[in-house]
Design a binder for this molecule. Structure first.
Ligand SMILES: [Zn+2]
Length: 131
């Protein structure tokens, strides 16, 4: 167990998490994580801190986030916001009706991931299948 004064709760179980090395999940250390022992949900921390990157994600939410990234990232890696990641996120915040500081896939719940995927479907449709 790691050393933290912080109490991070699991939204799924309404229980507190353990602060452990990610080696416990991946078999290789990528830094510390908050892990829920009852459901296996976890979240990483900002580099050099014990501040969680967002809320804990279980396997279902992690899959949705992966899909959200796969749908959204091309719009700023090679689409019309090419190289302008922050402009792409500003646009997304506007589309989702969220404040910019809450528009990060890492902070999204399942519903928001689904909303993003729908927005990107419309966006591709509008642009003839291109980003
Ligand atoms: Zn849990």
């Amino acid at each position: 167990m790691g050393d933290t004064m912080r109490t991070v709760w699991c939204d799924y179980c309404d229980t507190h998490t353990d602060y452990v090395d990610s080696e416990e999940i991946y078999g290789k250390s990528y830094g510390m994580i908050y892990l829920c022992r009852s459901c296996g949900a976890y979240v990483g921390v900002h580099r050099g801190t014990d501040i969680p990157l967002g809320r804990l994600a279980n396997a279902e939410l992690r899959d949705w986030k992966k899909m959200a990234h796969a749908n959204f990232d091309p719009v700023w890696t090679h689409g019309r916001f090419k190289g302008r990641r922050s402009d792409a996120y500003k646009w997304l915040a506007d589309q989702m009706g969220l404040p910019e500081e809450e528009t990060h896939i890492g902070m999204f719940n399942v519903k928001q991931c689904q909303q993003l995927i729908m927005i990107m479907d419309f966006e591709r449709d509008k642009n003839y299948g291109k980003y």
